[in-house]
Structure formats: structure tokens, C-alpha cells
Design a protein around this ligand. Structure first.
Ligand SMILES: Nc1ncnc2c1ncn2[C@@H]1O[C@H](COP(=O)(O)OP(=O)(O)OP(=O)(O)O)[C@@H](O)[C@H]1O
Ligand SMILES: [Mg+2]
Length: 317
């Protein structure tokens, strides 16, 4: 065994591999991206979330140097891409929206064409990436005959050809069936475990919750929050209460300062916060008021609920 040196700039632990500073893009009067500051660390699987039109793709295009920011900057591997793009951008593999594919060519030939344009054709690397994305069996078919999910996988294969340090994927789960989503998740996890840093935009929140180590939520071009998924959903759950005379119990709860947001579900369950966020306090309050609960259950918020809470509050254009 020979000792191997890892190539490229050394990035210390906790060092940002991808960073935007006051990144801004204006189209006419519309601020598509507004003063965005993001930090993505080595080994992160960073989920970039936001409603349609929030500015995700515009941000990704700027990160990849495909469009110039109106103001602000992007650093990849510690270098400003405006001045050192030629040095660092080849270390980034990307898939933006739908991949640009030659439909009349086979999947394999698309990878060959890309490989040649990158400067060296490696049939072995093509075999590897086809295997990684689960397209080996269909590599000799024309892309025209591929399903949406297969095209998406081929796009990911193209992003992987160069064995990049950083992968930037705009909605990689787009068009994938449930089994494909699981495979994509496993592939991205395996790549992160190899030390690659992954930045993905997504609308599939259950997927992001399972996959991502950190998420950034963007709305109307601005960062709403950047956190670990578990931090977004922690302490924001509600209690599900079944009780006789639920409408009266609900009316009483809503008169309390902690219970203003309580509401009733169609199945008659009361969904409510608790005094000091403690179930036992809610239980005592109800019992003291003469409403002995049949059951009280804590239901934590999922990422989808957190996302809607964070992007709908004051989100009107
Ligand atoms: N080339 C362009 N010219 C003018 N406006 C643009 C252009 N590209 C994007 N926009 C606008 O910028 C805003 C952000 O668009 P962007 O594509 O970044 O959103 P997104 O978050 O990727 O949305 P989606 O989830 O639908 O993919 C939108 O209001 C969009 O209309
Ligand atoms: Mg987009």
C-alpha cells in the first residue's frame, strides 16, 4: 500500500467549503436573491429549501458562476469564484434544473461526450458513475427513450464524472419514484461519507428531513433560517387532546395566553400548545377545570410544517 496525498486546498474542520456573502441578484425591479449569506461546511448535506420562485435556482446559478451576481460574492473552497473560478469551479459537480442531454445519443455516449469535453475520456469512470446512479442496464439506450427519473439520474452521473469535492444539485429528486428517491438518498449519503460536500435544493421535505445535516430556508430571495432540521422542529410540537365536551374545553383553552392558537381537528381532537410547553401542566389545567382528558399525546412538528410556518408568515409578495 502506498500512502496517498489528498489533492487540492486543505480545508480545516468547520471551514466553509461554500460561502455566499451578501449575494444579490436583481432582475429589473425584482430582487430574485436578496443579500444572501450561506455557509456550507465540508461533509454537510445542505438542503436549500424555499417555495416556487424563492430564488433557489438563481442562487445556484450564481454559485456555479453561470450568471453574475448584481452584488455580493461566492466563495468555493475558500476562493472567490469571480477571481479564482477557473481554479475551483472544476472541483464542483452540478445539476441545475433539468440536465442538458443529447436525446438522440445513448446514456453512455452522453457521458463519453462530456468526458471528452472535460479533456480525458475514461471508460472506467463512465462504468463507475453508471453503476453509482443505477443506469448500467440502460446505458446503451437512447436518452430519448428514458423516463424523467432516468434522465435525472444521468444528470447526476454527469455531475459525478469529474469526481468533484462539492456537488450542487438543483432538485435531484425531481421525477424520481419512491424507490428512486431512496436510491438517490443512499447515493448522496455514500458520497457525503466519502467527504464530499453536497448542496441540494428540494421540495421533498420528508426527504430533506431524513437526508440533510443542515437546511437553509429562502423566501422571497431572503434567508429565513439556517439550522439543523431537528432544531427547526424541536419544541414546536403540539398536544393532541381527546376529551368529552371538546368545544367547551377548546373555548377555555383559547382564553389562556398559551392557548390562543389551539384548534379542533375534524376528528374532534384538540390541537393545542401547553402551559410552559409541558404536557403535565396541560393535563392539570384541564382536570382542574373539570375536563378530564381521555388522552393527551405530544405530536412533534415535521419539517413540512416548520417550512410552511416559516415561509407563510408574512410571505405575501
Ligand atoms: N432570467 C430571469 N429573468 C427575470 N426574472 C427571473 C429570471 N430568472 C429567475 N427570475 C425570477 O427570480 C425569482 C426567483 O426564481 P428562481 O428560479 O431562482 O426560483 P426557485 O426558488 O428556483 O423556484 P422553483 O422552486 O420554482 O424552482 C422568480 O421571481 C423568477 O421569476
Ligand atoms: Mg428552481
Amino acid at each position: 500500500m502506498t500512502a496517498m496525498m489528498t489533492a487540492g486546498p486543505v480545508v480545516g474542520t468547520g471551514e466553509a467549503v461554500l460561502r455566499t456573502r451578501n449575494l444579490t441578484k436583481q432582475y429589473g425591479k425584482r430582487l430574485a436573491v436578496n443579500n444572501l449569506n450561506l455557509e456550507v461546511y465540508r461533509g454537510d448535506i445542505f438542503g436549500f429549501l424555499g417555495p416556487n420562485g424563492a430564488g433557489k435556482t438563481t442562487t445556484i446559478r450564481m454559485v456555479l458562476g453561470l450568471i453574475a451576481p448584481t452584488s455580493g460574492s461566492v466563495e468555493v473552497l475558500g476562493r472567490d469564484i469571480a477571481t479564482h473560478g477557473q481554479e475551483v469551479l472544476p472541483r464542483v459537480g452540478a445539476l441545475v434544473e433539468t440536465p442538458a442531454l443529447y436525446l438522440y445519443m445513448t446514456g453512455r455516449d452522453n457521458l463519453r461526450a462530456l468526458s471528452q469535453s472535460l479533456g480525458s475520456l475514461s471508460e472506467q469512470r463512465i462504468d463507475q458513475v453508471l453503476e453509482m446512479v443505477g443506469l448500467a442496464a440502460r446505458q446503451k439506450d437512447r436518452v430519448r427513450t428514458y423516463s424523467l427519473g432516468m434522465k435525472q439520474r444521468l444528470g447526476v452521473a454527469m455531475a459525478l464524472m469529474n469526481d468533484p469535492d462539492v456537488l450542487v444539485l438543483d432538485e435531484p429528486a425531481n421525477g424520481l419514484d419512491p424507490a428512486g428517491i431512496v436510491e438517490m438518498r443512499e447515493l448522496l449519503r455514500a458520497l457525503a461519507a466519502q467527504g464530499k460536500t453536497i448542496f441540494i435544493s428540494s421540495h421533498v421535505l420528508a426527504e430533506v428531513q431524513q437526508l440533510c445535516t443542515r437546511v437553509g430556508i429562502i423566501n422571497l430571495g431572503q434567508l429565513v433560517t439556517e439550522a439543523r432540521p431537528q432544531d427547526l422542529t424541536q419544541g414546536t410540537g403540539q398536544y393532541v387532546v381527546f376529551v368529552e365536551n371538546a368545544p367547551q374545553a377548546l373555548a377555555l383553552i383559547r382564553q389562556q395566553p398559551w392557548g390562543v392558537s389551539a384548534r379542533m381537528e375534524p376528528n374532534g381532537a384538540i390541537l393545542t400548545p401547553a402551559p410552559e410547553n409541558r404536557g403535565r401542566n396541560l393535563n392539570k389545567f384541564l382536570v382542574d377545570a373539570g375536563f378530564v382528558p381521555d388522552s393527551i399525546m405530544y405530536q412533534s412538528e415535521n419539517l413540512e410544517q416548520a417550512f410552511l410556518r416559516l415561509t407563510q408568515a408574512g410571505g405575501a409578495q
